[in-house]
Design a protein. Structure first.
Length: 217
């Protein structure tokens, strides 16, 4: 697979021309690019080469579940990817590993590509219980101390953690890194064996900064 770069807009309205934003990203040929806006902006974004993802998904597939968004609803708006277990949801919304595991199992069963976010190996082990098909599962490592910061983990620290993830998954899952990624520190993450993608937060809100990251990684 191509190297993957995912832009997570989080709960931000970036006040841009979506068409212009996407057109710039469409020019990227050597990497797969995914943008992950809030749910309400998904219908506004038309893409060709750029993929769409969602920031979360329900454990329910329909029915009387006020406020929930199902896998089928996401697919209706051409979402291929979904982020599950982001540290912000684990800490601010008290999502447990058990609850995240239910989301992972359901999203995989419904045919979405799952970007499972973890901050430690314990979260990984508990969040992938009973997963038998790893084809559409990607693991995003987000060290808590670097989320929202201006620096990334050391190369050595990331290489060690990639090794730990591979032991648990038996190298069945692509691995992404997220945390402190900026245009001016991206070279620290270049050419690391076993690193298949990046999960970019705040820096993805600025198209020029995001492009710089994509091009220089």
């Amino acid at each position: 697979m191509k190297k993957l770069v995912v832009g997570n807009w989080k709960q931000n309205n970036i006040n841009i021309d979506y068409k212009e934003y996407v057109e710039k990203l469409e020019k990227v040929e050597d990497k797969e690019v995914v943008i992950v806006p809030p749910y309400v902006y998904l219908p506004l974004i038309e893409t060709n080469n750029v993929k769409l993802g969602a920031q979360d998904v329900s454990i329910f597939n329909g029915g009387s579940n006020t406020g929930e968004i199902s896998c089928d609803m996401l697919k209706e708006f051409n979402c291929e990817y979904v982020i599950i277990g982001h540290n912000e949801r684990r800490t601010k919304l008290n999502e447990s590993n058990e609850y995240i595991n239910k989301k992972v199992l359901n999203a995989l069963e419904q045919g979405l590509k799952v970007i499972l976010c973890i901050t430690c190996i314990e979260e990984l082990v508990e969040s992938i219980k009973d997963v038998t098909n790893f084809d559409n599962l990607l693991i995003a490592f987000e060290p808590k101390e670097f989320i929202g910061k201006s620096e990334t983990i050391s190369r050595e620290g990331l290489i060690d953690f990639i090794g730990e993830i591979n032991k648990v998954t038996e190298k069945k899952c692509p691995i992404l890194y997220g945390g402190g990624i900026k245009a001016d520190n991206i070279t620290n993450l270049s050419n690391i064996d076993g690193l298949d993608g990046l999960l970019v937060g705040k820096a993805s809100l600025d198209i020029d900064a995001f492009l710089n990251i994509i091009i220089n990684w």
